[in-house]
Design a protein around this ligand. Structure first.
Ligand code: ADP
Ligand code: MG
Ligand code: ZN
Length: 482
């Protein structure tokens, strides 16, 4: 029997507003901020306190909902999701249930098999929980857990898809596109290792041709694309094994064990009625005017997928190259400005920006938004290479220098005398000298050991202080070697 995977995703995105969802506490970095320093009676769940909706969080949510082409509900309802856990001080989470902020969206992905449309079922607002740290002391002491409420009440967006995915690859492509999207919208940093974006895939399989879905398993809280793709692939395989050996898949919630590269059972799945959802009595219905929706829509930036499509069309780059540039607006804009700065080949601009320059940028921790090398200056450097004024190797050293000092390429080349030597007579002389100094190598070349030519080439380049035109050197060398 052949099976087909059916997968739907629930993704939680922390929204990096200034203050929390229902109180004035700041949203702080959950890794670096000292524990319990951004907490007040509201987010600590003291009796008698009242929540107030953060308007900015609603605006951020609208950005995402509109970018995902959802219909925004003019009235949405906050609801209490009741459960007990030490990281949820009120004993319930304020979420949205029956009437979410937005519904019926879609996103178009580019996968290795072509375009794929994923329908978005709903986008709703809620609040994050606190963070628990489990401690297991040495010796006989009892294990205990620490509670940090800095994250409790941070605005959270949940984005739920229809079960439209049919492979682990589609799931990964979606998650990557969603991350690029929320970053482009200025809603989320995309620092997945900090847990600001958490992904929960629901996986089932069914015999090909069967319409009814199989029993699903949900993997909780994945925060890397790798874990996501592997976890999904693992579950698909496990379900196939269970079914082909005549068993039944149990509906449950599982976790991903990174070390074992396997899932483990956490609990049998709870049903919605276990949470005793009911409308939040402390908050009025959330009203979003058509006018507000239109203002947010009009202010949306160009989205990564649209940007990638444009680069593919205008520059003749592949989709994955285009998507790479579009992933970060500042990187894409830098690339565009380099290509606009004169006659620079797209290929060479792409290679240098995503190669040498990107590694300098990453190593220094600066971004492309305030680049150390102006786009015009990089374009000028690339033109010097294209015109044969300097060779590739020299250009790399010059770029490092430009990055460090802010000087222009021409200044550095002039000051250090790095201009490429293409003078045929001079190169011929260097080649003759080199061959005279290495008679043994010349003999073994002539005896058929052709790789020796590379060594001799290197020697000539060294004599020329690395500045010789490599093509001229190579031609001359081959001629002399005969
Ligand atoms: P639950 O109430 O268990 O959270 P939902 O029906 O709300 O389940 O769906 C949660 C997610 O699971 C959605 O993304 C949905 O597309 C997906 N989903 C629902 N049924 C299946 C299934 N049989 N196989 C795979 N994914 C599913
Ligand atoms: Mg679920
Ligand atoms: Zn607070």
């Amino acid at each position: 029997m052949n099976y087909e995977p059916v997968i739907g995703l629930e993704v939680h995105i922390e929204m990096q507003t200034q203050s929390k969802m229902f109180c004035a506490c700041p949203v702080v970095d959950s890794v670096s901020a000292p524990p319990n320093t951004a907490v007040c009676p509201i987010c600590a769940g003291h009796p008698g306190t009242l929540p107030v909706v953060n308007e900015k969080a609603v605006e951020y949510a609208l950005r995402v909902a509109l970018a995902l082409e959802c219909a925004v509900n003019p009235i949405s309802i906050f609801a209490r999701k009741n459960y007990f856990y030490p990281d949820i001080p009120k004993g319930y989470q304020i979420s949205q249930y029956e009437q979410p902020l937005a519904e019926y969206g879609k996103i178009t992905l580019q996968t290795s098999l072509g375009e794929k449309v994923i329908r978005i079922r709903r986008v709703h607002l809620e609040e994050d929980t606190g963070k628990l740290t489990h401690v297991e002391p040495e010796g006989a002491a009892q294990p205990y857990s620490l509670v940090d409420l800095n994250r409790a009440g941070v605005p959270l967006l949940e984005i739920v898809t229809e079960p439209d995915f049919r492979s682990a690859e589609e799931v990964r492509v979606y998650a990557m596109a969603l991350r690029a999207l929320v970053r482009a919208l200025g809603v989320n940093s995309g620092d997945m290792e900090k847990g600001v974006m958490r992904i929960e895939p629901n996986i089932s399989i069914r015999p090909i041709g069967q319409e009814a879905f199989g029993t699903k398993v949900e993997i909780k809280n994945l925060n890397s694309f790798r874990a996501l793709e592997r976890g999904v692939a693992y579950e698909i395989q496990r379900h196939e094994q269970v079914l082909t050996s005549g068993g039944q898949v149990a509906q449950e919630t599982v976790g991903w064990d990174e070390a074992a590269q396997a899932t483990y059972s956490q609990r049998s799945k709870e049903d919605a009625h276990d949470y005793r959802y009911f409308p939040e009595p402390d908050l009025p219905p959330l009203r979003v005017s058509a006018d507000w929706v239109e203002r947010v829509r009009a202010a949306l930036p160009e989205l990564p997928i649209a940007r990638a499509n444009r680069y593919q069309r205008d520059f003749g780059l592949s989709f994955s190259e285009s998507a790479f540039l579009a992933e970060e607006a500042a990187l894409g804009e830098y690339f565009e400005r380099v290509t606009e700065s004169g006659p620079v080949a797209v290929r060479s601009a792409f290679a240098w920006i995503t190669g040498e320059l990107l590694s300098l940028v990453n190593a220094s921790g600066t971004g492309f938004a305030s680049p150390k090398v102006d786009p015009q200056d990089l374009a000028a450097l690339l033109k010097m290479v294209a015109d044969g004024e300097i060779n590739q190797a020299t250009a790399k050293t010059v770029l490092v220098e430009m990055f460090a000092s802010g000087q222009k390429a021409a200044e550095i080349v002039a000051a250090k005398g790095l201009t490429q030597v293409s003078d045929g007579d001079l190169i011929a002389q260097l080649v003759t000298e080199t061959l005279a100094e290495n008679p043994g190598e010349v003999d073994s070349y002539r005896a058929g050991k052709l790789t020796v030519a590379n060594f001799l080439f290197g020697q000539v380049m060294r004599k020329a202080g690395g500045k010789a035109n490599p093509q001229v050197v190579r031609e001359r060398l081959m001629k002399e070697l005969g």
